[in-house]
Design a protein around this ligand. Structure first.
Ligand code: S3P
Length: 432
């Protein structure tokens, strides 16, 4: 791949379908009786694993031309699967479906790959046990998750103390088959696609926010309606090319049909604060989600920034690529409060720091804060990148070739299939 320090980004770009929304629309349309239709579903491994899981539990899903037709079952109507369900690399898949399964009268063993098998699940299952599901974890923390769901789950008030959309969504999905009122209090910085989609499907849900928290109130007295849903472009995937364009003055990129939910595009604000020239055009709302086009016309080099821990959830998946931007920005950048990064597909905080050092960027970690000493000079590069098959670490350090004298060595690039199978194809179309 010819991406190197002479490369600029130019052209018009249609990012792939959003991963978080793709998981959720498969799950929620699978709980609406009748036929739903999904366009632009992200056909990446994580999402396909969720699709297979829904099929194994009795939902009929067919691909017809370029759309997915989903024939849902009523809440509580999941079938007993005849095998363990494998979620591969996907934390979202395993956690969200743990929630759905917890309030169905079925017994399921949920498994994953070696990375997923090291990720903490208690944060979700401690809530689900309270509704009456019987759950076992390896060493009380990790997958496999063995769930004996309950057909008679208890309606409760939940208070979530970790900012995590996966924890919240698992609880909300368990509420679909819970008689009575379920209330959730959580940090308002987490992504709210489950809430938005439930509203679009006619569910009885009320959402309020104050300066710090979100309060969700659900009553399952209304059936989910079927839906025709077009998945908007994924900002977390587009972030790689958008950041690449901002890194290199002279780049011009138009991004079409990108999800602009405020809980997802913190990185745009961060890039703008660094001098990224990003304009938002053609704003629209589709199924309670904001969607827009972007115009990036970069005419100067970036400056450093400081990210407060309260803003981290708004760009949690974009920290790896923002760390590349910070390396090529003038001055000290500080990303505060990155504890959650240590329990992602890899320990991202550690791998970012280690790989920055390898390519020739000075950085340090203090508690969970990351300090990056950036400048506009090319880094030495020529490093063997350690990615541990973490898709976002790999993609971030592939983009880092643009700020290095010599290209880095990245062995086995296949893990991009997790979230962005067309990553390399898109890059080769947009570089010059
Ligand atoms: C996701 C939530 C986030 C994010 C992940 C997708 C989701 O995880 O990092 O990539 O779709 O709900 P947490 O909820 O654990 O922060």
């Amino acid at each position: 791949m010819p991406l190197n320090n002479l490369s600029k980004i130019n052209g018009t770009y249609l990012p792939p379908g959003d991963k978080s929304i793709s998981h959720r629309i498969l799950i929620l349309s699978g709980q609406a009786i009748g036929k739903s239709e999904i366009s632009n579903l992200l056909e990446a491994e994580d999402v396909i694993n969720t699709l297979r899981a829904m099929k194994l539990m009795g939902v009929t899903i067919k691909k017809v031309l370029n759309k997915y037709h989903v024939f849902g079952l009523p809440p509580g109507g999941l079938f007993q699967p005849n095998q363990s369900i494998d979620f591969g690399n996907s934390g979202t898949g395993i956690r969200l479906l743990s929630g759905l399964i917890a309030s169905n009268n079925i017994k399921v063993n949920l498994i994953g790959d070696s990375s997923l098998s090291k990720r903490p699940m208690r944060r979700v299952t401690e809530h689900l046990s309270k509704i009456g599901a019987v759950i076992e974890l390896k060493k009380n923390i990790y997958p496999p998750i063995k769930i004996k769901g309950t057909g008679n789950s208890v309606p409760l008030n939940f208070n979530i103390t970790i900012p995590s959309a996966q924890i919240k969504s698992a609880i909300m999905l368990s509420a679909l088959n819970t008689n009575g009122r379920v209330k959730v209090k959580e940090f308002k910085s987490t992504r709210d696609h489950t809430e938005n989609m439930l509203k679009s499907m006619g569910y009885n849900i009320k959402v309020k926010e104050d300066s710090k928290y979100r309060y969700i109130d659900m009553i399952n007295d209304k059936q989910l309606k079927t839906i025709k849903y077009t998945v908007p472009g994924d900002p977390s995937s587009a972030a790689f090319l958008i950041t690449a364009a901002c890194l290199k003055p002279g780049s011009k990129l138009i991004v079409k049909n990108i999800l602009l939910n405020k809980t997802r595009v913190g990185f745009l604000k961060t890039l703008k604060s660094m001098g990224g020239n990003i304009k938002i055009t053609n704003r629209r709302k589709i199924h309670n989600e904001n969607v827009a086009d972007l115009k990036i016309a970069q005419n100067k080099s970036l400056n450093s920034t400081t990210l407060k821990s309260i803003d981290v959830p708004l760009q949690i998946d974009e920290i790896p690529i923002l760390s590349i931007a910070a390396s090529f920005a003038k001055g000290l950048s500080v990303f505060k409060g990155l504890k959650e990064l240590t329990v992602k597909e890899s320990n991202r905080l550690k791998l970012i720091h280690e790989n920055l050092k390898k390519i020739g960027v000075k950085s340090k970690i203090q508690k969970f804060d990351l300090y990056i000493y950036g400048n506009h000079e090319l880094k030495k590069g020529d490093a063997v990148i350690r990615h541990e098959n973490d898709h976002r670490i790999l993609m971030a350090f592939f983009i880092a070739n643009m700020i290095c004298e010599k290209n880095n060595i990245i062995k086995d690039k296949s893990c991009v299939k997790t979230s962005y199978p067309t990553f390399f194809k898109h890059i080769s179309k947009l570089i010059n």
